[in-house]
Design a protein around this ligand. Structure first.
Ligand SMILES: [Zn+2]
Ligand SMILES: [Zn+2]
Length: 475
């Protein structure tokens, strides 16, 4: 390892068990979007103890915070997430066994995601202090990445526009810089209201809200053939009535529409709205749209991508031991050959690995083509606010499905923790470079201005939308 931030790396190593425990605590809390009180506090306490100043309630969300240390420029931001996903509770074992049936679980590895930048900023602070290095480091506690895009509410307040650069990572099956973009999206509940009636006694007097939901969905099914192939439309019926012998007066369907950019999303969204209007007309019901979020696609930044790639190779990948490999082999039994094949295709590594390679411990160079991820991330909002870059670190075996119990299992195991510690080293090393290298920051800024055309960040959220705390309210 020919890294430069040696004090920071020593600090991360010395405190490794502290960071493992932090990630395990958050893994155990497994709190849903906008209700991550304990997880947020757990991270804040570590930062407070180190002398960071903490601002909470960012973007109108009690679990969002910014922790700051240092003074003056440059100002480097590190993004941490910590929300879980519903229904994915799972023990840290390589076979399906919920910790608590039906409870949430860290199916996207955000317990690791939030802890790595925590370890990095605290280690960087130690290095800056020892060297008397000027500049400011900030940890952004970003709630509700899943489904509700907390960063969109933070960005709308301008929480990221003052940064010279922002860095983050995501757990994955590879250690590699991210060069691609992501999908922009909109999400909303469509709430239909009709009129109740006895389903057999006087159905002629009923107006079914469920019929409206079904007709809207049917319209959307026909629509699919006539939208760009890059767009995606997903829905779940979150309320379909109470019982079959009552005409449902109330029904709700939750829609998520993705496209390559805001234009594509706006276009498809207008046509989904037409399906809703048509369904209401056909069924003599009324509907309202309860917005949840709207975000952009990720704007890459070439100078920061180059820096991260260089740093990743300086730091190296995680080292897995025989216990990890044994865990990986057993877990791999739950992953189909087709899932592995798709994963290798997405990674652009088809035909390059032996069949028994499950855990990638070496860093990889960027793939020949920037991958166009069809998924979305609210990191996009940061990327339109300031120069931003991301990377993956290996915390899971190849073929692990996204948002799955297998992610939860590995995120609570040494495999996930080793990847997380690697990510902390990469973030600290890259942060140290940025604090000392004005030239990279200048180039990153130029690239950012070129891509945004110098236009200031504009939120995609509908005017006046407040964070949708109700979506995952438990009581
Ligand atoms: Zn996710
Ligand atoms: Zn995620």
């Amino acid at each position: 390892m020919s890294t430069k931030a040696s004090l920071a790396h020593d600090h991360i190593q010395k405190h490794q068990s502290r960071w493992e425990q932090t990630s395990l605590d958050i893994w155990n809390y497994a709190e849903l979007a906008l209700h991550e009180e304990r997880s947020s506090l757990r991270l804040q306490e570590e930062l407070q103890r180190e002398g960071f100043t903490i601002e909470t309630g960012v973007g109108g969300m009690p679990t969002a915070f910014i922790a700051t240390w240092g003074s003056g420029r440059p100002i480097i931001g590190f993004l941490g997430e910590f929300d879980a996903l519903g229904g994915l509770s799972q023990k840290a074992v390589p076979y399906r066994e919920p910790l608590q049936e039906g409870a949430p679980g860290h199916g996207c590895g955000h317990n690791l995601l939030g802890t790595a930048p925590l370890a990095a900023v605290i280690a960087l602070k130690a290095q800056m202090e020892a060297e008397g290095l000027p500049g400011t480091i900030q940890y952004f506690g970003c709630p509700a990445e899943e489904n509700l895009s907390g960063k969109a509410f933070m960005a709308r307040e301008g929480a990221f526009t003052h940064l010279d650069a922002a860095l983050t990572w995501h757990p994955g099956a590879i250690t590699r810089v991210q060069t691609g973009s992501s999908s922009a999206n909109n999400a909303a509940n469509f709430v239909f209201r009709g009129r109740s009636a006895h389903a057999a006694g006087d159905p002629q007097n009923g107006r079914s809200a469920l019929d409206a939901v079904q007709l809207m969905n049917l319209g959307v099914e026909f629509l699919r053939e006539h939208i760009p192939s890059t767009a995606r439309i997903h829905y779940v019926i979150s309320h379909g009535g109470e019982q079959p012998n009552v005409v449902p007066p109330y029904a709700k369907v939750w829609y998520l529409v993705r496209g390559v950019d805001r234009n594509e999303v706006d276009h498809v969204w207008e046509r989904v709205m037409a399906c809703a209007r048509g369904a209401a007309e056909m069924t003599d019901t009324a509907f309202e749209v309860e917005w949840l979020k709207a975000i952009h696609h990720v704007l890459p930044n070439d100078p920061l991508i180059d820096l991260l790639e260089d740093v990743i190779f300086r730091v190296g990948g995680p080292s897995f031991d025989e216990d990890d490999h044994a865990f990986a082999r057993e877990l791999a039994r739950s992953i189909s050959p087709q899932q592995r094949k798709s994963a290798l295709q997405n990674l652009q590594l088809e035909g390059q690995l032996s069949d028994d390679t499950l855990l990638l411990d070496q860093p990889f160079p960027r793939p020949p083509l920037p991958p166009q991820g069809r998924g979305s991330t609210d990191v996009a909002e940061v990327s339109w606010s300031c120069p931003t870059a991301q990377f993956w670190a290996t915390t899971q075996i190849i073929g692990t499905p996204g948002h799955s119990w297998q992610v939860v299992a590995q995120g609570g195991s040494p495999i996930g923790q080793k990847g997380m510690i690697t990510a902390a080293h990469i973030l600290a090393e890259a942060g140290y470079e940025l604090l000392r290298n004005e030239e990279i920051l200048q180039k990153a800024k130029e690239d950012f201005l070129k891509r945004t055309g110098g236009k200031p960040y504009k939120s995609a959220l509908p005017e006046g939308l407040t964070p949708p705390f109700h979506q995952f309210a438990t009581s």
